[in-house]
Design a protein around this ligand. Structure first.
Ligand code: GUN
Ligand code: ZN
Length: 446
């Protein structure tokens, strides 16, 4: 890689803490400079303070009029559901049976998996998401295909093969021991391979036997730096079913807790139907919640209780949950997050939503310092947001009287069109208007 620094001049925003609890949680430089060297952040600050640090003739890319923020982090998404997004259903369980499981069948074929992974990563990058925590199907081939495509682009991605040994079609079923062995093989190959990371992925408690969950917990304990991801307390019918399947558990979350699956680097999607005891366990074990508002509204699952989650100080992150979720865009996801919180009587400032989509995700994944902000030495994953991407956004942002108002307009009115460019480890990986770029800036030329 070219080791000469490249600097980007734009407005810069990134977080150093959660603005809910700290009034000095962000750094904002209206005329800012982000200096990138060797794929990492060398410095971020005011243009006029930093420009003198640049070596003579250093390349400065002029993005004035735009806003640079860290790449979005989507902590829960299913790449094999790309083609069944927008499939209506009366609720989670029929949606799984009628759309999701049949759609996942084709991922036994590595060629199909590779094609979908390519489209999926293109779509994430178009939306400004540079890191995602991703479900593959039960087939190890689907995980290999995903990691190969992600690695080829040098993206920092987390993924895992779904574990599911019951309550699903036979064509998607592994065995308790077989699924764990496959997971172990995958994590040995991919976890820590360049920027790829592995997540042990029991799909949800209903589709794993107690034995498989126990073995997943043992595998997690043998690999403390590996991730864990699953679903919990998403839908009322699902919660009732879990109670039947695990009559001795105190709660749905307790099914995972008692096998050692709650810990730092564990990501729990949805967390809607938790009680305060569960919320305290999430906080005490530093397990993180992936809040999935577009999915929860689309499937009619329920409204995430922001006030109770904050009262318990649960680690919170934001996620699309495509294909239950209806958009790859974290800006669109903020839009619906805001309304879900509003329904619970909570006003979520845009600052908090941008935190959740960047440093909050990194913290939930225990990846602060690696991704999520512009700390010196962090990997240079960032996006360029364009306030002039639509006529309405242009008009509304022109009237923004504060940074909060500007960000709120992006959160309510923005989508993939607002993302002018995305960079991963300092390399351009998406450009909305490819024609406007110089040759050396074209994606892939690095
Ligand atoms: N619960 C178990 N599997 C799934 C899934 O694929 N999507 C969602 N939203 N919930 C689930
Ligand atoms: Zn999901």
């Amino acid at each position: 890689m070219d080791d000469k620094p490249v600097a980007y001049r734009a407005s810069l925003l990134h977080f150093t803490d959660d603005p809910a609890w700290n009034d000095n949680a962000f750094q904002w430089h209206e005329d800012g400079l982000l200096i990138v060297r060797g794929g990492r952040v060398q410095a971020a600050g005011d243009y006029h303070q930093l420009v003198s640090d640049l070596v003579p003739h250093a390349k400065v890319i002029d993005c004035r009029g735009k806003l640079i923020v860290p790449g979005f982090i989507d902590t829960h998404i299913h790449y094999p559901q790309t083609d069944i997004i927008a499939s209506p259903s009366s609720g989670l369980l029929p949606w799984l049976d009628d759309h999701t499981f049949p759609g996942e069948r084709a991922f036994a074929d590595p060629a199909h998996a590779a094609k979908v992974a390519t489209f999926f990563l293109d779509e994430l990058l178009r939306c400004g998401t540079t890191t995602a925590m991703v479900y593959c199907t039960v087939h190890p081939e689907s995980a290999h295909a995903f990691f190969e495509e992600s690695d080829a682009r040098n993206l920092r991605m987390i993924a895992g093969k779904a574990l599911m040994d019951r309550n699903c079609p036979s064509y998607l079923r592994d065995t308790a021991e077989g699924g764990i062995l496959e997971s172990e093989r995958l994590l040995k190959k991919w976890h820590g391979h360049r920027r790829q990371m592995y997540a042990i992925t029991p799909r949800f408690a209903a589709s794993s036997t107690d034995t498989q969950l126990r073995l997943a917990g043992e595998l997690a304990q043998a690999h403390p730096d590996v991730f864990v991801q699953t679903h919990v307390a998403e839908n009322r019918d699902e919660v009732a079913w879990i109670k039947e399947l695990f009559p001795d558990a105190r709660s749905y979350l307790d099914v995972y807790d008692r096998v050692g699956l709650m810990r730092p680097r564990a990501m729990y999607a949805h967390c809607i139907w938790l009680d305060d005891h569960d919320r305290k366990r999430m906080a005490d074990t530093r397990s993180a919640a992936a809040i999935c508002p577009t999915s929860n509204l689309f499937l009619g699952s329920g409204l995430f209780d922001f006030a109770s989650a904050d009262a318990a100080r649960m680690p919170l992150t934001l996620a699309t949950d495509v294909g239950g979720g209806t958009s790859f865009s974290m800006l669109r996801t903020m839009n619906e997050l805001y309304k879900v919180a509003r329904m619970g009587g909570v006003h979520l400032p845009a600052m908090r939503m941008f935190y959740l989509a960047t440093l909050g995700g990194a913290r939930g994944l225990q990846l602060e310092g690696t991704i999520g902000n512009f700390a010196s030495g962090a990997e240079a994953d960032f996006i360029v947001l364009d306030p002039h991407s639509t006529p309405l956004l242009t008009r509304r942002t022109a009237q923004a009287g504060s940074l909060e108002e500007l960000l709120f307009a992006f959160a309510m009115l923005g989508d993939d069109r607002a993302v002018a460019a995305a960079y991963a480890a300092g390399c351009l990986v998406h450009a909305r208007d490819a024609a406007s770029l110089t040759k050396s800036e074209a994606p892939g030329n690095h």
